[in-house]
Design a binder for this molecule. Structure first.
Ligand code: SF4
Length: 209
């Protein structure tokens, strides 16, 4: 697994604007009925990643105006609770995810929620580039942190390893620390606040793809 220094990985340098998949009206990527956009490209390289094909920033197809209109039309259905952004790494594809999140807020306000899965932790994102901080500010729920195979636990809600957290983003931003999502199975748990872990020598010598 790779861990970036703040600002080391920039969407403007790595994103190709590609999406691996779009799944409307599904039930597993968060609460309620959701429309899920899987963007392409990830640099975390977690061992045991559930979706290794999407590490490639040119996997799938380019994100288009037509797909954006389709997502917005699907979200308009009254049964749909919101949008989910997954990958790949959404925060390394802010050209796509931020553009779509802004459109969702412009058209639906708080009427639809936005969930996101990221290999970055909440604390890392606070120290990141402005595009990542802005995308964080558009979210309602963030499932954060890389998948750690040594901490794998299939009984967890919405996450694959116990280092990951299901966070209420507005509450976390207001508190300045990670706050559990109140309707989650971990709502009564006090999550560990994650300090930024500097790269060790081994990680420093490996260059990103
Ligand atoms: S952050 Fe997610 S998509 Fe990226 S390697 Fe880790 S598990 Fe896979």
């Amino acid at each position: 697994m790779r861990i970036p220094e703040p600002g080391q990985w920039q969407a403007e340098k790595v994103s190709q604007g590609y999406v691996a998949d779009y799944k409307p009206f599904e039930f597993v990527d968060g609460e309620g009925v959701r429309c899920s956009l899987y963007v392409s490209g990830c640099l975390f390289a977690c061992e045991g990643c559930f979706n290794e094909r999407t590490w490639n920033f040119r996997y799938g197809q380019p994100y288009t105006d037509e797909l954006e209109q389709r997502v917005l039309a699907d979200l308009a259905h009254e049964s749909v609770q919101g949008l989910t952004l997954l990958g790949g790494e959404p925060f390394l594809n802010t050209q796509v995810c931020l553009r779509l999140a802004r459109r969702v807020r412009a058209e639906f306000g708080a009427g639809k929620d936005i969930w996101c899965w990221s290999g970055y932790t909440f604390e890392q994102l606070l120290a990141e580039t402005p595009d990542k901080v802005e995308l964080l500010g558009q979210l309602d729920v963030l499932v954060d942190g890389p998948f750690e195979i040594a901490l794998r636990d299939l009984t967890l809600q919405f996450r694959g390893s116990s280092n990951q957290r299901v966070l209420d983003v507005p509450a976390s931003l207001a508190a300045g620390e990670a706050v559990p999502w109140a309707r989650g199975a971990d709502a009564t748990q006090r999550y560990e606040q994650v300090a930024h872990r500097p790269l060790d020598q081994h990680e420093r010598t490996r260059s990103p793809r």
